[in-house]
Design a protein around this ligand. Structure first.
Ligand SMILES: Nc1ncnc2c1ncn2[C@@H]1O[C@H](COP(=O)(O)OP(=O)(O)OP(=O)(O)O)[C@@H](O)[C@H]1O
Length: 308
């Protein structure tokens, strides 16, 4: 028998998970798992709960919550040599990570996928000692996502980032940074830099148009110093996934990135404050085993034969 630990955030998004808990447990039991449950009690608790599940040798951790919960669970698991598989039941307001993996939005379908889908090994990022699953970024503009109040986020969802972003535009200024990526260097004034792992970020589904989930590389996007009008134009292009064509936008693939600055530059990891520069980023290739729909696996997970 396999063992599964459900870690759920009773406060995330729609707050409806508890009502479905009995059915979720039953489906997992029928699927061959011995189950147990942990409801998180505060911020950071999911990290401790996931680490404990690793210590106890669980085969599967099911994270039921939004991106914040999944990020915390991965932070609890990632340092272990023996890691359980991860299943995700999206319960947040945005669920960028679940969307990137085409995880179904309803509880029933998500648990069904966990039981009968496939396991994919996908990349995660480490920044200094913290892990991230979707994106790391810095520069004034990236302070937007954690400044978007959660009330606003739950009412208008992804648009909250955009609305807040436009409001903040006049306050945005550039910062001087040095970005070393693999064997190259970029030095200069930037509005923002981003290291993406998936293509679904901040509610934009085409921000990192060609992110591969298991190639061991970050997509590094740098937006050089630009005028307000240019930033507005880049944001509009971003909604269509065409921002990479803009001359102030640079795009690279890299396994390791070092970023430093003489100024105080805030970092954002998966939508939350993640500390300040300097930062060392490393892509941990295929570090996370996650349950995904079979159709997604067949279409998006590269195998060795495909020339990885
Ligand atoms: N019992 C709790 N009370 C208050 N906060 C909690 C509790 N458990 C977890 N949290 C915190 O809530 C944060 C947000 O949760 P989560 O990401 O699951 O939902 P969300 O914000 O609705 O979703 P999304 O990130 O997709 O918008 C988590 O990062 C976690 O730190």
């Amino acid at each position: 028998m396999k063992t599964a630990r459900i870690i759920y955030n009773p406060t995330s998004g729609r707050e409806a998970f508890k009502e479905s808990l009995a059915e979720v447990l039953e489906r997992l039991e029928v699927g061959g798992y011995i189950t147990s449950t942990h409801a998180t009690t505060c911020a950071g608790d999911a990290t401790h709960a996931a680490a404990k599940a690793c210590d106890l040798g669980f085969d599967l951790i099911v994270a039921a919550g939004g991106d914040g919960t999944v990020n915390e669970v991965v932070n609890g698991m990632a340092a272990y040599d023996e890691r359980p598989a991860l299943g995700i039941i999206p319960m947040g307001t945005v669920n960028d990570f679940a969307k990137a993996l085409h995880i179904p939005p309803t509880i029933d379908e998500a648990v069904e996928m966990i039981v009968s889908g496939r396991s994919a090994r996908i990349d995660i990022g480490r920044m200094n000692s913290k892990y991230f699953i979707n994106i790391a970024g810095g520069g004034k503009i990236t302070e937007v996502s954690y400044e978007a109040p959660s009330k606003l986020k739950s009412i208008i969802g992804p648009l909250a980032y955009y609305v807040k972003g436009i409001e903040m535009l006049p306050k945005i200024r550039s910062t001087n940074v040095k970005i070393e990526y693999d064997d190259n260097v970029f030095e200069g004034k930037v509005m923002l830099f981003m290291l993406g792992l998936t293509n679904s970020i901040g509610g934009f589904e085409k921000l990192v148009p060609d992110a591969r989930l298991n190639d061991g590389k970050f997509t590094l996007i740098i937006v050089e110093e630009a005028s307000l009008a240019e930033i507005g134009h880049i944001m509009t292009l971003a909604t269509r996934g065409e921002h990479l064509k803009h001359p102030k936008v640079h795009f690279f693939k890299a396994e390791e990135v070092d970023i430093s600055s003489f100024e105080e530059v805030h970092l954002n990891l998966d939508g939350e404050f993640g500390g300040v520069l300097p930062a060392h980023f490393i892509n941990l290739k295929e570090h996370l085993e996650v349950r995904v729909p079979t159709s997604f696996y067949e279409e998006y997970i590269l195998t060795d034969e495909e020339g990885q």
